[in-house]
Design a protein around this ligand. Sequence first.
Ligand code: DON
Length: 307
Amino acid sequence: MMKSEEVMRILENAIRIGKGVIRYGSVASYIPELAKADKNKLGICLYTIDGNQFETGNTEDRFTIQSISKVMALCLALETFGAEFVFNYVGVEPSGEAFNSLVELDNRSNRPFNPMINSGAITVASLLVNHYSIEDMQKYMQDVCEDPEIAVDEAVFQSEMATCARNKAIAYLLKSKEIIDNDVEDSVTFYTKMCSMSVNARDLAMFGLLLANDGVQLSTGKRLISSQTVRMVQTIMLTCGMYDGSGEFALRTGIPTKSGVGGGLLSVSKKKMGIGIYGPSLDKKGNCIAGCELLGYISEALHLHIF
Ligand code: DON
């Protein structure tokens, strides 16, 4: 690993590069409460496998995890039900459509394309809701992020529940295809609550470190997630984590990453580090615009491209 001063210099450059593109994006507004975010915030945290932490910018600010919770939900579902069962309900192919699309679900497949888009994640939530309460899901997120303060942001939850007609439409379409076989409203509520958990960039970096360390918690040596699950989840993050921007992002950075419309990015560099980013200004595909830009630079500067 490089010297600390060198890593910090790279992070400061990264923030400068990210700040340069913030103005080209905008905060999410389809969930009214998210429109209140300050689009100029930007923070990045790295936790490395040799036990170091590097951070700069707004790494303590809390925001809702949104779609990054799809990664945790998938981990929990794979560990609970096994891959064969889960992938019977949801595929592993990029959809090439926006995260909230339902056209491909109705026209091109009888299963959601993958667990990172809303249709796939609502399906995963419908499996989890049979076995777990939202408090169990919260505890799981607290454990994998090593942060007992992770909790539902009630204002964001209520705001999304009041405006989630499209997710309900997706869920009822799933029900009509018998992919969801329990209560649709319960599944949408579970999904929306897991998206409304509040985290910070450090939490995401810590979860990234867990995945980077093959599912073994660095501080305790305890295995929290199996190797097989870690491998599958990272593969799906690389191919589908940035929606219809996944290919371009993978080409540029080569780092499995998942975005959320709250402004978070979770990145995993195998055997090296977990990276958490917060920047609520989003590009047209719903990904943190500054984070995507600065990860391109960091990938090169720290040699993180997997290929
Ligand atoms: O279902 C939704 O639309 C939100 N709860 C999550 C979407 C999201 O984070 C897309 N990501 N970039």
